[in-house]
Design a protein around this ligand. Structure first.
Ligand code: FAD
Length: 426
């Protein structure tokens, strides 16, 4: 008699969807498998199950993000068709351009990065899965017990579900993390002192961006303003964002759109670039994203329950790695579980070993990425004239130092397959 392994994923964001694709791809077909994903947001509408959630100052689907080469490589490993679809939908760039508020070039950093609409990326991932895998339902609690299977309870009080493995892919305010670690402050995300706002502007992309696709970052005394194309399929969509230092906005506050627009105009109104001025004139901001960063957790899972993505390692956006690290988690977990099953371990043993393996393989990598990104401390805004000059000089030097370092680091790249295969051979 065959045993059907049941896996429940909480959260159909980038980590939950990519993990489901990885599990379905890598787990050997000899192992009967059921994967379900529960999400409290209806992907078709972007609305949460609770009416009030659509008004709070939190991210729902967001406008766009930049996906770096390692993340795209994971998508290719999961499904080359998915990768091609994502690539065609994005705006492939070869570098970041750093400029001053007065439009002086500080430097270029050569990085392959794919700006893409976040809802589109989520849809692409979801379309890779069969209909019915993603279920619109909010998880209230996951109960873990030593030696027993984890139990998932739902907000709407529909019957509890037991699974062999529960994966918490439920983002920065993870319910599953709370159930594993409790409310202790040291296991909760920390506000990074900055917020981001942004959107998409319908405007013809300038020739310099079409000829030389890049993500442009303008630095000034009041924050950072960035823009890039959203998709190569439409040359009239500009993705823009503004990042600024501020106290943490009150949670649950209804957003004042007029105030957000007034504030972005105050921050960047006298910056020189004509595209920034257009963005400010027509700005239509729909959200504030307070940036939170996760501290290190002593483990990523136990008793048949494991965390992936932002739930376990939310990174500062400056790392450019949030989405890619979420994808790497999914690929690593899929490969580990299939590796242990192929070695002949029973379901429970394969799951416990995979939970430990995920932590041992991935924790060090995300720690290094976070440490690199946090090396840069956000100064108090607005900065004095002197501090702003200091920032420009530092950036001017840093971009060049990074370019030299990356020349020597060519060919050195961490990849999930090698890391997992080395781990499984131990
Ligand atoms: C302003 C900003 C800019 C960013 N820019 C970039 C960038 O340029 N490049 C990059 O790589 N990364 C970027 N990131 C980070 C990236 O967006 C995240 O790392 C990534 O989305 C994490 O995916 P996730 O699936 O772990 O979490 P999420 O995307 O948060 O998904 C979690 C899912 O879980 C669901 N959920 C939550 N609780 C429950 C529950 N109780 N029951 C059921 N479902 C639940 C939510 O509805 C959601 O769909 C940025 C982040 C921010 C905030």
């Amino acid at each position: 008699m065959y045993y059907k392994m049941k896996i429940i994923i909480v959260g159909a964001g980038l980590s939950g969807l990519s993990t489901a694709i990885a599990l379905r791809k890598f787990i050997p077909t000899s192992q009967s498998l059921e994967v379900k994903i529960y999400d409290n947001i209806n992907p078709a509408t972007g609305q949460a199950t609770e009416q009030e959630s659509s008004n709070v100052a939190t991210s729902q689907l967001g406008a766009g993000l930049g996906l770096e080469a390692n993340g795209i490589r994971v998508l290719d490993n999961l499904d080359p068709t998915l990768k091609s679809k994502v690539y065609a939908a994005g705006f492939p760039c070869t570098h970041f351009t750093w400029k001053t508020a007065g439009d002086w070039l500080l430097g270029r950093e050569y990085v392959d990065v794919l700006p893409i609409s976040r809802p589109f990326l989520i849809n692409c991932l979801q379309e890779t899965l069969p209909a019915g895998v993603v279920i619109h339902q909010k998880v209230a609690r996951v109960i873990t017990r030593q030696g027993k299977k984890p139990v998932v309870q739902f907000e709407d009080e529909s019957p509890d579900e037991t699974a062999d493995l529960v994966i918490g892919a439920d983002g920065i305010r993870s319910t599953v993390r709370r159930d594993l670690f409790g409310e202790d402050e040291k296991y909760r995300p920390q506000y990074a002192g900055i917020c981001a706002v942004g959107g998409v502007l319908d405007v013809p992309l300038p020739k310099h961006l079409l000829d030389n696709p890049t993500m442009v970052f303008y630095m000034g005394s009041t924050g950072v303003f960035g823009y890039t194309g959203l998709t190569q399929a439409d040359k009239n969509k500009l993705l823009y964002w503004s990042v600024y230092e501020t106290d943490l906005p009150g949670r649950g506050l209804k957003l004042d759109h007029d105030l957000m627009i007034q504030q972005i105009r105050e921050r960047h109104g006298d910056w020189t670039d004509p595209l920034i001025r257009q963005c400010l004139q027509k700005a239509n901001l729909d959200n504030v994203y307070p940036i939170f960063v996760m501290p290190d957790l002593p483990y990523w899972g136990r008793d048949g329950c494991v965390l992936v993505g932002d739930a376990v390692h939310a990174l500062p956006p400056r790392s450019g790695q949030g989405a890619s690290q979420a994808f790497e988690d999914g690929e690593a977990l899929g490969l580990l579980l299939s590796g242990y099953l192929e070695k002949g371990y029973d379901t429970n043993e394969a799951i416990s070993r995979s939970i430990l393996g995920l932590f041992e393989i991935r924790a060090g990598r995300v720690q290094r990425i976070r440490a690199d990104a946090m090396r840069w401390k956000d100064p108090k805004m607005p900065m004095s004239w002197l501090k702003t000059c200091g920032l420009y000089i530092t950036l001017f030097i840093l971009v060049r130092v990074n370019r030299v370092l990356s020349f020597f680091r060519r060919g050195e790249s961490w990849n999930v397959r090698d890391a997992v295969s080395k781990y499984l051979k131990r």
